[in-house]
Design a protein around this ligand. Structure first.
Ligand SMILES: NC(=O)c1ccc[n+]([C@@H]2O[C@H](COP(=O)([O-])OP(=O)(O)OC[C@H]3O[C@@H](n4cnc5c(N)ncnc54)[C@H](O)[C@@H]3O)[C@@H](O)[C@H]2O)c1
Length: 261
């Protein structure tokens, strides 16, 4: 299936995990891809996995820096003339201190990338979509933006912010046929969660990974990418302003310890 032929898709955080899986699948389905990450080696690894003949623009940058975002968008428009799909996926987790030990700088760092970075990309990409009355934006939020227990205070607040920004941006852009949606992944094995997986495996706790989900397992980056592609595609042409949990049923349940067989 080539749902993205003749389309240009920009993916942030494309150097690893969910962003890499998303970029690879977009390209497989016909898109020209703009790969953005702060890790050059990550981007090179992603690019090496693309099929020969894929049109690609690679950019090492920080999504939280507005001047770098402005320059990126100008370069993409110069090269491709359009942006049809924007996947705001770059993110950082921050630490897990209790609420009484929060650090202001850490909050600014986490919100800067996860929430303000998402806003900046939308701010600078959306006008090009509005001008053509065509575009789909998919933000990667998290189950941490819906419930506590899946991330630190700053991370969870940043992802709750991404969910709300998805709604407000959808309202601002809907009149120009630009859709904005979000996915809320549950636990997925990626660079961000590797320490959790490594710890569990080294301590005979691997069976616990994802065990609180209704599907009794953790997710793969490709399963999140599949949902992102759906929301970015014309298959979702009447969906905007929504945040879709892709979490093995995690947020569907109260998940009380001891209640599972
Ligand atoms: N892995 C999970 O269980 C999980 C669950 C819910 C949500 N998420 C979200 O999924 C998204 C992708 O994360 P992942 O799990 O694939 O982790 P990852 O660490 O494998 O990938 C994140 C990528 O973002 C890049 N990045 C970080 N800060 C950046 C910045 N300032 N500018 C540009 N690039 C930057 C990193 O270099 C990295 O390549 C994140 O937004 C994360 O919060 C992940």
């Amino acid at each position: 299936m080539k749902r993205f032929s003749e389309r240009v898709a920009l993916v942030t955080g494309a150097g690893s995990g969910i962003g890499r899986a998303t970029a690879l699948r977009l390209a497989r389905e016909g898109a020209s891809v703009v790969l953005v990450d702060q890790s050059e080696s990550g981007l090179l690894d992603t690019e090496a996995l693309l099929r020969e003949g894929t049109q690609v623009l690679r950019r090492v940058m920080d999504v939280a820096d507005e001047s770098q975002v402005t320059a990126l968008v100008a370069d993409v428009i110069r090269r491709f003339g359009q942006i049809d799909v924007l996947c705001n996926n770059a993110g950082i987790s921050g630490g897990h201190p209790p609420i009484t030990a929060q650090d202001r700088d850490e909050w600014e760092r986490v919100l800067g990338v996860n929430l303000i970075g998402t806003m900046l990309l939308i701010k600078h990409v959306a006008p090009h979509m509005q001008a053509r009355r065509q575009g789909a934006i998919v933000n990667t939020a998290s189950v941490a933006g819906i419930r506590s227990g899946a991330g630190g205070n700053a991370y969870s607040a940043s992802k709750a912010g991404v969910i709300n920004l998805t709604m407000t941006a959808a309202c601002d852009l809907g009149g120009d046929n630009v859709r904005v949606n979000a996915v809320c992944p549950g636990l997925v094995e990626t660079g961000m969660t590797q320490p959790v997986f490594d710890y569990a495996r080294a301590n005979e706790k691997a069976h616990k990974l994802g065990s609180r989900c209704e599907l009794r397992r953790y997710g793969a980056p490709e399963e999140i990418a599949a949902a992102i592609l759906f929301l970015a595609s014309d298959d979702a042409s009447y969906i905007t302003g929504q945040a879709l949990p892709v979490d093995g049923g995690n947020t569907a349940s109260l998940n009380l310890p001891g209640m599972k067989v």
